[in-house]
Ligand binder design. Structure first.
Ligand code: OXD
Ligand code: MN
Length: 573
């Protein structure tokens, strides 16, 4: 259909990848960076009209519309295939098609799922080589696999990068992904959002497991025990930062450490011991560059100092390094912006695109967990949901049980703008942070969560956090970053029955004394009390919003969630 001039199988060898880098350099698709300062790093610029995921052009083409649900775009698969075939027809003429066998999680893991991505972009091959396991090693495991649903077919063509004909389409019943007219990561690295979330969430429901938009981290205590949690936050709420958190000095002195298992996606299954076990299906980080610096996330920055690909950042021409807003206070003088134009930092126009990215191998992260590639994954003791709320949600609360926890996840919301002087931003409901990534009807997805609760003899405890409460001047009250460790400590202690809590209408909240604020000068006990308080009037307003949101799902909304909402209303009085 695509009629490439040449077909190249990707074997995953360094030799082949090196040759592809050379070809990509010669074609001007990537730019080599400073060999001493950023060894084996490259810069890429996407087309200016192709810089982010395109939710309005993303489709879940299940055979029946009601299986896609009210939160996804849908088109009849027969119609969609016909429409796309026309666009793919001859799209690779004059180009090479690369055949990338890839695996999500280590191919030898019993949880591994495999895919082939066909693409006409070397940039995609080079990124997939960082973000997934690729090549001959994968083909061997794919050959040995007996389950047809272990294999997903991915097709990507850049075509003309035409916005009007850009489609990111999942066909869940066919295990197929077709992406066309984009070259931007989230749309074209098919292992990530398209497969590991949209297709995998559908497979997980059929097979009794879960694919979630969650980071995974291990918290090591001074006794050397490591306890794991998984946390879901909407895009741009600091998941990568939390996954690689550096504990405050007082914790470091006592011997606490945080280990990163994953920063974006978790696949969760019930283990033989009755606990929920998580693997990170990815092999790398595709992180947002702006705002990443030695204070906000040194581990992320250190991860991308070699073998990394930078997309849409500033190019410092003096020494062939890269820069972005928030990296440091010294923007380069002689530089090109993300569009490749001469750039003057004094102009006030940002040099890097706000969604510019680094792609970096996870095993380069200084705090990568020793269990990062453990085939069975890590046992999860706590699940944490969170969003950006200026007022309503307290710093942390715990659900009463699994079903109530599912309710808490289902009402997740994040504000699109920071609040100023008491005015709150626009709330977008993003259940379990899966709004753009659920590969089937969200009402069925809630039902699957409730079902899973019955299948996990020893389920993790479920929590909600909000690092983003603001004061009357609109300033964040909680310092965030490394100090989030103080909240994680309480969460993990609660998960093991080692900490106290008070009851509130929305769930259990810590008593202010239960959160350690030693060495945290900017937060008084009074401020902490405020952060943990539950304002019944705000929550009554919240309930109205939840009713409206739930109405979307009609009779697909599990009765249990309506009961939880009614119970909340009653508790609020
Ligand atoms: C991401 C996202 O890129 O959630 O991880 O958008
Ligand atoms: Mn994400």
């Amino acid at each position: 259909m695509t009629k490439p001039d040449k077909v190249v199988w990707i074997d995953g060898s360094d030799k082949q990848l090196d040759e592809l880098r050379k070809e990509s350099l010669a074609a001007g698709e990537i730019i080599a960076l400073n060999k001493e300062k950023l060894p084996d790093c490259f810069l890429h610029r996407t087309a200016v009209n192709d810089v982010a995921r395109v939710e309005h052009r993303t489709f879940i083409c299940s055979r029946k519309k009601e299986d896609s649900g009210p939160t996804n775009n849908w088109m009849d698969p027969v119609e969609m295939y016909a429409k796309l075939r026309k666009l793919y027809e001859g799209a690779m003429t004059g180009r090479t098609m690369y055949v990338i066998p890839f695996s999500m999680t280590v191919p030898e893991s019993p949880f591994a799922k495999f895919g082939i991505e066909l693409t006409d972009s070397i940039y995609v091959v080079l990124n997939m080589a960082i973000m997934t396991r690729i090549g001959t090693r994968v083909l061997k495991c794919l050959d040995a696999s007996k389950n047809p649903s272990d294999f997903t077919k991915g097709l990507h063509a850049k075509a003309q990068i035409d916005e009007e004909n850009r489609y990111i389409v999942q066909f869940p019943e066919d295990n197929a992904i077709w992406s066309i007219n984009s070259g931007y990561g989230g749309n074209v690295l098919l292992g990530k959002k398209c497969f590991a979330l949209r297709i995998a969430s559908f497979l997980g429901r059929n097979e009794g497991w879960m694919a979630e938009h969650m980071l995974i981290l291990g918290l090591e205590n001074p006794k050397g025990e490591v306890r794991y949690l998984a946390a879901a936050f909407p895009s741009a709420c600091g998941k990568t930062n939390l996954a690689m958190l550096i504990p405050p000095e007082i914790y470091k002195k006592k011997g606490y450490k945080v280990w990163c298992v994953g920063d974006d996606i978790a696949w969760l299954r019930v283990g033989p011991d009755g606990r929920l076990w998580a693997v990170n299906p990815e092999a790398g980080f595709f992180g947002v560059a702006p705002g990443t610096n030695m204070k906000s996330n040194p581990n992320a920055l250190l991860s991308c100092q070699k073998n990394a690909i930078f997309t849409n950042v500033v190019h410092n021409l003096d020494d062939d390094t890269v820069w972005w807003e928030g990296l440091d206070k010294n923007p380069p003088k002689n530089a090109l912006n993300w569009k490749g134009e001469k750039w003057d930092s004094a102009s006030g126009v940002p040099g890097a695109h706000p969604n510019s990215r680094f792609t970096a191998p996870a095993n380069q992260c200084p705090c990568i967990s020793s269990e990062f590639e453990a085939p069975q994954g890590v046992p999860i003791s706590a699940i944490v949901f969170g969003g950006r709320r200026a007022k309503t949600a307290p710093l942390v609360y715990q659900s009463r049980d699994w079903d109530h926890g599912v309710f808490v996840g289902s009402i997740m919301a994040s504000e699109t703008t920071a609040a100023a002087s008491g005015a709150v931003g626009v709330v977008r409901r993003d259940p379990m942070a899966m709004l753009p990534f659920c590969g089937y009807h969200m009402g069925d997805y809630f039902a699957h969560w409730l079902d899973m609760g019955k299948k996990i003899p020893n389920p993790p405890k479920i929590f909600n956090v909000n690092w983003f409460r603001t004061n009357d001047e609109g300033k964040f009250i909680w310092p965030g970053y490394g100090d989030n460790m103080r909240v994680l400590e309480w969460i993990i202690a609660r998960a093991f029955g080692e900490a106290e809590a008070d009851e509130s209408p929305i769930g259990y909240v810590p008593h202010p004394d239960d959160i350690n604020i030693e060495g945290l000068d900017e937060i008084s006990l009074d401020a902490l009390k405020g952060l943990l308080s539950v304002d019944k009037n705000l929550w009554k307003e919240e309930v109205k919003g939840i009713h409206e949101f739930y109405a979307k799902f009609g009779d697909k909304l599990p009765a249990k969630l309506n009961e939880e909402l009614a119970a909340l209303e009653k508790k609020l009085g």
